[in-house]
Every structure is written in C-alpha cells, then in structure tokens.
Write a protein that binds this ligand. Structure first.
Ligand code: 4NP
Length: 178
C-alpha cells in the first residue's frame, strides 16, 4: 500500500487551524523556504495567527541562505526569502509543532520514521501527543499528485512550476482553516 500521511484530511487536527506548522523538504533551500512564505502570506490574508517555520530532513545546507533560483522565483511573486537560514528538522520539533508538512514522498517517509522512533523510545507518548505529519499538497484539489517534486536538478521553469504548486497548496490550507 502506498504510504500516506498519518492524518486523513477529514481529521479534526488538520481541519482546524493549528497554532504552529513546520514545512519540510530535503535541503531547506528551495521548496520549504518558498512554502513557508507562501503559507505565511495566505494565513495572514485569512486573518489567522500562526507560527510557521521551515526545515529540511538533510544536513548539507544548515546555516545557508536559499538557492539563488528559489530566491529569484520567489521574489518575482512577492516573497522575500533571501534572509532565511537553512535548518535541519529535529526530534524536538515533533513536540513543538502541531503539524509538520512534507513536500514529497521521501520527506514524508523520513518524518514518519522520526516520529515512529520517538514513539518507540517513549512508550508513554501517543501519536496525538506529537506533531501530525501530512503532505503540504494534501489539502489541494487542483493537482492529481500530492507530492511537490524536488527542483534542485531542474531549471527555472521547474522552479516556476514548483512555486505554482506551493501557492495552490498554501491557498488550499488557508481556505480549509478560515
Ligand atoms: P529542497 O531542494 O529540498 O527543495 O531544498 C534540494 C536542495 C538541496 C539538495 C536537494 C534538494 N541537495 O541534494 O543538496
């Protein structure tokens, strides 16, 4: 069976506006910094107060600013991400955030593995005590696949397409929560 999030969309934990969201991709230099800003903007327009941050599953780019192509594509649509510093997702994030959103299937699998390990390490915790792990594209009815692909090896058109998808998904979450 294909792996899906641990939290179906009709679950109350995603249908109600969370207090905090962590958006996660692989490097935290392309997709998730753009998604952080797009979601912040949509949530602000909806008048919802929410703490939104981003991180990567990998450690290669910790402390770096975003990829220049991501900065440029984002800037062309009014998102300023050049001051972002890449961070790696860690175990404490699962206690800190209400929802952790994965960009693609690999990010999702990696996040669910961290959560599973935490539950195995601490038997007094239940799944609902930790962040719910979902796909960023999960609430978006406009695309057949819910995975937002890695544009790192791609060209400028790939970054534009990825940002199209990110904006559509961010808008869908805000619609759900408003
Ligand atoms: P991101 O893109 O996950 O959208 O930030 C990537 C950035 C860097 C690498 C892969 C994907 N990398 O292999 O270094």
């Amino acid at each position: 069976m294909p792996q899906t999030s641990d939290n179906p969309l009709n679950h109350h934990r995603t249908a109600n506006a969370p207090k905090s969201v962590l958006v996660v991709c692989l490097g935290n230099i392309c997709r998730s910094p753009m998604a952080e800003e797009a979601l912040k903007q949509q949530v602000a327009i909806a008048g919802i107060d929410m703490d939104i941050q981003s991180a990567g599953t990998g450690d290669w780019h910790i402390g770096e600013t975003p990829d220049s192509r991501a900065i440029k594509t984002a800037k062309s649509r009014g998102y300023h991400i050049s001051k972002h510093k890449a961070a790696q997702v860690n175990k404490a994030d699962f206690g800190k955030y209400d929802i952790i959103m994965a960009m693609d299937d690999q990010n999702l699998a990696d996040l669910l593995e961290i959560k599973e390990n935490l539950l195995n390490e601490n038997k007094s915790l239940s799944s609902d005590d930790l962040a719910h792990v979902v796909l960023f594209g999960e609430a978006d009815p406009n695309y057949a696949t819910k995975y937002i692909p890695d544009p790192y090896q791609g060209n400028e058109a790939d970054f534009e397409q990825v940002l199209d998808r990110i904006e559509s998904a961010a808008n869908s979450w805000a619609e759900l929560w408003r």
